[in-house]
Structure formats: C-alpha cells, structure tokens
Design a protein around this ligand. Structure first.
Ligand code: B12
Ligand code: SF4
Length: 505
C-alpha cells in the first residue's frame, strides 16, 4: 500500500516553516512496520508543485491529511482531490480530535483519527489489509486502487466491513456498510514515549524549511533546523490553550532516548539548529537538568538549540539556565501572557505571577541566554488598564524578541466556552479559517472592551517595544538587516502601522 501523509498550509502562518512533527511521527511508525510512505507539506512544496499535480504524478492508495483548526477547510479541499484520484482518505490532528463528527459528515473523509495516532495508524493499515473486499479492485490500466472519478462524478465516502475489526480500533471514527458513522472509544494517551519510533526526520526536505525564528538575530538563516519533542502533555489549564492531542498528563521521554534522537539529528542529518517544541519541557526540573548534562557529556552542545514555546517561568532556577547555556541553548521562550496578576490568576489561570516572570528573565539573562516573551491581548475580562500593564511589563522585561498576540478562541478551551455562552462564537457555523493566532485582527469583543481598543493596544505594544532608540540601533547595526530589509518593511507595515497583511505585503 502506498501512503502519502500531507499537511495543508496556513496562509496566515507565513514567517516560519518548521517540519511537521505529527506527520514525522506517523511516518516513523509506518516505516518501522514496513510500509512505504511519502510526505507532502504544503508549506514547502506548494511553490514547486501543487497537491493535485503531486497526486497525479504518484499513485497513492492512502492519503492521510493533518489539520489544526484554521486549516480544516483546506484539508477538506485536499481530501476531495485525493478521493477523485481513488485514494482512501484518513484525517487526524488537533481539529479532528475536537470535532470528529463534523469531518465524518463530509463524503471526502473516509476515516478520522482522534488523539495520538502512532498505534492507531498501524491498526488501520492492518484492518485495511483485512478489508480488501470492500476496497474495490485496482484499475487494470492505471493500477489505482478504488476508482478515479471524473470531475462531474460526486465523491462518495468509503464504507467498511465491521468484520475486519474496525470497531476495535481505539480513537477511530468510521462508517459501516450501511453508512452509519461510528465513533469508537478514545485511545488512552501513550504512556511509554520511548517505545514510539523516532519521527522520520530524514523524509523532510529540510533545506526548504526556515530557521526557527527568522525575526531574530544570531541564528543562521540557512540553518538545517530540526525540531524535537522531549515530552508530551501539560497539567496546567490555561484558559486559552488548546491541547487536544498531547493532553493534561505530562509524559517525559528518558534522557537516553532523547539523546539518541538528538545524536541522529546532529551527527547523521547535519542539524545546525534544533528547536524543542514540548508543551512544557521543564515540568520535571531534575530531568531538564539531566538532559542538559547529557548533551554536554555526549558532546552534542555545539549545535545551538532553542525552546520555541515550551518554558514555564515557574519551575526554573539559576542552575537550570546555566546548564542550558552550557548545553548549547541559545534562546529561551516564555509565556508571560499578561502584566496583571489578577488577569493571570482569574482569567488566564496560568499558575504563575508577574514576579515569577521577572525572576525567570533575570536568571536567563544572567546565564547569557537570549530571551523571547509571548504576550496576549484581548482575553475575555481584559481592560485597557490590564493591556497597558502588559505593555509596561514587556518594556521592563525587555526580551530580545516580544511576540504580541491577540487572543484566538479554539474549541475545547475554557475561553471558547465563555465566548460561546456569551454568543460570540458558534461551533456549528464557524468559518474555521478565520481563527488564527498571529493575525492582526481581534477575534471578538467582550463586555465593555471593543475590538478597536484591543487592536489599538496591540499596535501600540509593537510601536512602543520595537521603536525605542536602543531597539532601532540594534537592528541597524545587525549584520543581516539589509538582506532582510523587505521582510522588516512588511512586518512594520502590518504590526506597527496597522496595515492589513495584504496592504503591508
Ligand atoms: C510545533 C508547533 C507548531 C510549529 C510546527 C507546525 C506543526 N504542524 O508541527 C509551527 C510554529 C510552524 C506551528 C504553526 C501552526 N500551529 Co502549531 N503547534 C506546535 C506545537 C507546539 C507542537 C506540535 C507537535 O509537534 N506536536 C507533537 C506531535 C506528535 O503531535 P501532532 O502534530 O498533533 O500529531 C499527532 C496527532 O495529532 C495525530 N495526527 C496529526 N496529523 C495527523 C494526520 C493523520 C492522517 C493521522 C491519522 C493522525 C494525525 O498523530 C500525530 C502523532 O501522534 C502544538 C502544540 C502541541 N503540543 O500539539 C501547536 C499547535 C498544534 N499549533 C496550533 C496552531 C493553531 C498552529 C497554526 C494554525 C497557527 C496559526 N497560524 O494560527 C499553524 C499551522 C501550521 C500547520 N501547517 O500545521 C494549535 C492547534 C490548535 C487547534 N485547535 O487546532 C496548537 C495545538 C497550539 C495551541 N495550543 O494553540 N505550530
Ligand atoms: S499554555 Fe503552556 S502552560 Fe498553559 S496549559 Fe498550555 S501548554 Fe500548559
């Protein structure tokens, strides 16, 4: 069986192109079980060859498509093309885990996988092998499984024979021979991450991906930038955070297992930059320190690495940052979110205070690490005063890079429930493609706070943070400024002047 795993691209997320670890992990599991698999990531392929061209060039029996919420509409479009080519379509990823039935109602979606899927995908392959009777024979001329359709023929969903064991596959949604949709019980979270095969890093066209933070200096813009997941899950319950896949239970890989993958990336795949993308990599501080010591002991500390999102300001100390620096870490990212303790405690429920952020930034800077802060504007309950406190805190902490984001409601979060109760979002008729973080429009008004005020404070944050004389001096004196000039002009138009993405471009 030939399998293609694909990710549609988000038009809004255009500054960073990172490898898709979900597809990498699935491909790793399939390869470990002897299946042939290819990857297609729109983020880096679409400029060269469209999805339709790719499907026409190669014959695939199975097309697996991944989708977070903002990409689900593009994913449905991609599935339509795959079905026209006679493939069986399998969907998975965050949005499918949150809203599986919505996609199962689409004729172009044959199977939906909820949650972590390394084991589920293998069980699906075995069931498909048992269920060949309903697969339709291969076309004698084209060799294609199923039947390629002409443009005028409607796509119909594939039906499955329960005798092939479909009902036993945890975390799967499927249709029986009568077309009835079944949602099997959820699959429990994988408890032994060391037992999961490494992601198929070697299948990514790594030279087409960007470095891990194009906005900042110090990292090689042409880096071979890989990412690594050293733990999954997070026990905190921040009200805006959507973590349908990795869940609330933190599970760490053993230090030895992480080091083996890190060594592969550095010594065989030529990684020149590595990003840790855990939800919260420092939940177990002892393990985090052990991992740093192991990177030093194994002489893997010459390749710079960054914690892209996953560091919590609590659970840190000076020793941790010193060890990270010695282990090759270049930059740490922290979710600061808000400058108002009341907001942090009662609205965001972050389990941290403003003082904890001050302390962590102090320690990280003392260890000579670059710092990055994430700040959210416009949470329900936010006021102009609390947003002002957030700007003040960003100026005080003065990270190397400040990411100011406007709150984006994702289904399954407490924020979504609050907004739904107040009639601000509707699960049944949302335009999912409009929900995105890193956008320059506020997604909702709440209480006395209107969208204009949120957008004004968000633009003001960019201006007051980035247009300080010392910041401008830093950019002007940087080696790569002139090469990156067009990018800066575009970013300035969008973030500082309030031009839309298109006008700014
Ligand atoms: C690293 C990361 C990025 C990176 C890399 C992108 C990537 N897709 O890997 C960058 C910075 C580029 C990025 C961008 C975006 N991201 Co992002 N990202 C993450 C992060 C922190 C880790 C992802 C990861 O590596 N997970 C580990 C792997 C193993 O899990 P996984 O990818 O979910 O895959 C598993 C299952 O979902 C499933 N699965 C996935 N795909 C498929 C496909 C098939 C066929 C099957 C059967 C199963 C299956 O099997 C996989 C193995 O178990 C997550 C948070 C998180 N912890 O999940 C957010 C997260 C996934 N991102 C999110 C969002 C919203 C985005 C953007 C849409 C941002 C935007 N513009 O609005 C873009 C979309 C880009 C894209 N094409 O996917 C949200 C999704 C929320 C939601 N409800 O959909 C998350 C959950 C963050 C959050 N809490 O808000 N992201
Ligand atoms: S934002 Fe970070 S700390 Fe909060 S729940 Fe999500 S992963 Fe955990």
């Amino acid at each position: 069986m030939r399998i293609l795993l694909a990710s549609p691209e988000s038009g809004v997320w255009n500054s960073r192109k990172h490898i898709h670890m979900g597809l990498g992990y699935l491909a790793g599991a399939l390869l470990a079980h002897g299946y042939q698999v290819d990857l297609w990531d729109a983020a880096v392929e679409e400029d060269l060859e469209s999805f339709d061209e790719r499907l026409a060039r190669d014959l695939y029996d199975i097309v697996g498509i991944s989708a977070p919420t903002p990409l689900i509409v593009s994913a449905w479009e991609a599935a339509e093309s795959a079905k026209k080519q006679g493939a069986t379509t399998i969907f998975g990823g965050p949005h499918l885990t949150l809203m599986p039935h919505e996609s199962m109602q689409k004729p172009q979606v044959d199977l939906v996988v909820r949650g972590e899927a390394e084991q589920t995908i293998i069980e699906i392959m075995h069931a498909l092998e048992r269920d060949r009777g309903t697969l339709g024979s291969r076309d004698k001329d084209t060799g294609k499984q199923g039947r390629a359709l002409s443009d005028s023929q409607p796509v119909t969903p594939r039906l499955f024979d329960p005798n092939a064991g479909w009902g036993d596959i945890l975390g799967l949604s499927w249709r029986d021979l009568q077309g009835k949709i079944h949602h099997n019980p959820d699959r429990p979270l994988a408890d032994d991450l060391d037992a999961i095969p490494f992601p198929a890093h070697h299948l990514f066209k790594i030279e087409r991906y960007t470095n891990l933070n194009p906005l900042t200096d110090g990292l090689d813009p042409k880096a071979r930038a890989y990412t690594i997941v050293t733990s999954r899950g997070c026990p905190y319950k921040c009200t805006y955070c959507s973590k349908p896949i990795t869940g609330d239970t933190w599970r760490g890989r053993s230090v030895d297992n992480v080091i083996a993958e890190w060594r592969w990336l550095v010594e065989e795949l030529g990684a020149t930059e590595i990003g840790v993308t855990d939800d919260i990599w420092n939940l177990d501080r002892t393990r985090a320190k052990d991992l740093c010591r192991a990177l030093i002991d194994n002489r893997l500390n010459h390749v710079p690495w960054v914690t892209i999102h996953g560091m919590k300001v609590n659970n840190t100390d000076q020793e941790l940052f010193d060890l990270m620096k010695a282990a090759g870490c270049k930059r740490v990212g922290f979710g600061v979110e808000n400058g108002d303790d009341w907001m942090l405690r009662h609205v965001i429920k972050k389990g941290q205070t403003v003082d904890m952020a001050r302390q962590a930034f102090g320690w990280a800077k003392k260890a000579k690490l670059q710092t990055m802060g994430f700040f959210i504007f416009g949470m329900p309950g936010e006021t102009e005063e609390s947003m002002e406190k957030t700007i003040q805190l960003a100026l005080e902490l003065d990270p190397d890079l400040a990411h100011f984001l406007m709150a984006a409601p994702f289904p399954g979060t407490e924020m979504w429930e609050i907004l739904e109760k107040h009639g601000q979002v509707f699960s049944h008729n949302m335009d999912w493609s409009q929900i995105a973080i890193q956008d320059d429009k506020a997604h909702f008004a709440f209480g006395d706070l209107d969208t204009e005020t949120v957008e004004r404070k968000w633009h003001e944050a960019h201006r007051r943070f980035y247009l300080r004389p010392k910041r401008i001096a830093r950019i002007v004196t940087r080696g790569d400024t002139w090469r990156r000039f067009p990018y800066y002009v575009k970013a300035a138009g969008s973030m500082l002047l309030g031009l839309g993405e298109r006008e700014a471009a």
